[in-house]
Design a protein around this ligand. Structure first.
Ligand code: PMT
Length: 425
């Protein structure tokens, strides 16, 4: 349940674009108002086909802004002022069309103009047909917007109004409210714009960085455990989550050593990258990077390697398939967590689970001895391994925080903020 204390007194500018999910906005407005949030709304021409300005006005108890060229609206509150007189801009539903116009920096109606002119954080709740959401154009637009610091909640999987199934349903009003509350709780008024350093406002660079002077080790990607000179055992980790965390920590000023298994990703800016292949090489690289203040183990490390590695290519010799004997790999997270005097002050593990995610992850945190664990579901049918998004639960001594589905960059930015907060204490 979103915290009323966090939300009370906040000002949200709600941009309602044209999609069937627009009807949910009325419930969203009602619930925000119940929590003491003042809401102003911008309704696009297409949005007004799904909800009436009158309903929005009645629920917000404010003028509904619709027209870039309305003299009344401009004299009441010009579009620049409208874009700034809020603590957060929420776009719900965010249609494929509006996301494309935001990514392109267009200003062809009031909604797009306000989104271009705002200096406030923006949270989008995408809603569209599954094929439109999965289309490379929409995915590229969303990725670009997230790199610029735009926050996202959803979309969710489910049956859509068009009877297709898949991701594209707008997040439910309470999920949007949770995302809004989480944003305000983290008090990230400038940090979101700094998600892509090149897009950061000048003042963000000038501000002291909260992790300046801290050293961080991040593990990322898969390990490759050789069977013979040409074959290996691997897994589906792409390195997207770990690399994003390394980048986010570096952006907050940490000196980051990224120890990465084989990936196709570019090195994140500002990090020292150590490329490894096996779990044992990963452990050696992490130990060489000590001492450190922070360790985040996001790599998918093979638990086992082949015992009695063959130095010759295994041959089909008519005797049937070979039997591979496995032996246990060192556990890097557990080793760093139990490193005595050299233990980083904050050790964060990940837990990839396929059921009872929170319970298993909680047990894993205790077993390995790390401070925090980030749990994610990697069951069949999810795209946690390799995909662009992640849905995580942050498990700490004080309890469990479940975050809405976000791009991996946004998960990383939020985790880095939480780490910075921990060092502020
Ligand atoms: O790389 P992506 O495609 O972006 O996917 C991201 C991810 C799914 C890989 C990531 O979010 C994730 O969950 N990483 C941890 C994967 C994993 O191996 O989980 P686990 O539950 O098996 O391991 C628990 C923890 O122990 C992890 O922090 C892992 O790095 C660590 N570990 C595991 C085994 C080992 N020998 N050494 C370790 O350090």
């Amino acid at each position: 349940m979103a915290d009323h204390a966090i939300l009370s007194g906040k000002r949200v500018l709600l941009v309602i674009a044209g999609g069937i999910a627009a009807y949910k906005c009325l419930d969203l407005i009602r619930r925000l108002r119940e929590r003491g949030v003042s809401v102003r709304a911008v309704l696009t021409a297409a949005g007004a086909r799904f909800v009436t300005p009158l309903s929005v006005q009645a629920l917000t108890e404010n003028t509904v802004y619709q027209d870039l060229w309305s003299l009344t609206d401009e004299s009441e509150m010009g579009h620049i002022q409208l874009s700034r007189a809020a603590d957060l801009v929420v776009v719900a539903p965010a249609t494929a069309d509006l996301l494309a116009r935001m990514a392109a920096g267009m200003a062809d109606d009031l909604a797009a103009t306000v989104l271009l002119a705002t200096d406030k954080p923006v949270l989008v709740a995408p809603a569209m047909n599954v094929r439109m959401w999965l289309h490379p154009a929409t995915q590229a637009n969303m990725e670009l917007l997230e790199r610029r610091g735009v926050l996202r909640v959803g979309p969710n999987d489910g049956v859509m109004a068009c009877n297709e199934f898949g991701p594209g349903r707008m997040a439910e009003p309470m999920e949007i409210i949770d995302a809004i509350a989480a944003h305000f709780a983290a008090d990230k008024s400038t940090a979101h714009f700094a998600a892509d350093k090149s897009a950061a406002p000048a003042t963000a660079d000038a501000a002291p960085k909260p992790l300046a002077g801290k050293r961080a080790i991040v593990t990322s990607g898969p390990t490759h455990e050789p069977i013979d000179p040409v074959r290996y055992i691997a897994n589906r980790s792409s390195g997207k989550q770990g690399h994003a965390i390394a980048k986010a920590l570096a952006q907050l000023g940490a000196a980051v050593t990224l120890v990465s298994g084989p990936t196709r990703l570019a090195d994140p800016p500002g990090c020292t990258v150590v490329a490894i292949e096996t779990a044992r090489e990963m452990l050696a690289a992490c130990e060489a990077a000590l001492p450190a203040d922070i360790a985040v183990c996001a790599a998918a490390v093979a638990d086992w390697r082949v015992a009695g590695l063959s130095d010759r290519k295994l041959k089909k010799d008519g005797g049937g398939p070979p039997t591979l004997a496995l032996t246990e790999n060192p556990d890097i997270l557990a080793t760093l967590s139990q490193a005595g005097e050299r233990r980083p002050a904050l050790v964060v593990g990940f837990a990839a689970e396929t059921g009872d995610v929170i319970a298993y992850a909680t047990a894993k945190r205790a077993r390995k001895g790390c401070d925090w664990i980030v749990a994610n579901d990697v069951s069949l049918g999810t795209t946690t391994f390799g995909g662009a998004d992640n849905t995580v639960h942050l498990i700490r001594e004080g309890g469990v925080e479940s975050w809405p589905t976000m791009g991996k960059d946004a998960v990383a930015a939020r985790l880095a903020d939480a780490i910075a907060e921990r060092f502020r204490e």
